[in-house]
Design a protein around this ligand. Structure first.
Ligand code: AMP
Length: 110
């Protein structure tokens, strides 16, 4: 999608260093990290949010890729977050998983 910043990152139009990538996904550091390690994993193809996702294979792959990305960056313990919709805190409307780690996480997340 032309106006989507994460599509531009995935396509290389915005030069970004990927901490993990495979055929279907890329992962890169969040601009405003909320933990010592904060990486975003996105599908290469545009899906606005989890509510628009309807490809079970891709959705399963995202979880596997999140684990592989975490392994690659040396995280054994981490939190995955998918904000879905503005009330949940979603600000970029291209499906993404936050991979957060490197500190003790609190619950409830707020
Ligand atoms: P969310 O609020 O769940 O939609 O998460 C969007 C995340 O994208 C936020 O944590 C932002 O800091 C991050 N973000 C926005 N633009 C960029 C960018 N160009 N590169 C890396 N992270 C970004």
């Amino acid at each position: 999608m032309d106006s989507c910043i994460f599509c531009k990152i995935a396509s290389g139009e915005i030069a970004t260093s990927f901490v993990y990538e495979d055929d279907l996904t890329v992962a890169f550091k969040d601009l405003q990290p909320q933990a010592p390690i904060h990486v975003l994993l996105i599908p290469r193809r545009h899906i606005a949010s989890l509510n628009e996702a309807n490809d079970p294979q891709l959705q399963g792959h995202l979880l596997l890729a999140a684990r592989r990305a975490a392994e690659k960056i040396g995280l054994k313990q981490y939190r995955l977050v998918i904000n879905t919709g503005p009330d949940a805190g979603q600000s970029v409307f291209h499906l993404h998983l936050h991979i957060l780690g490197g500190r003790q996480m609190n619950w409830p997340p707020g």
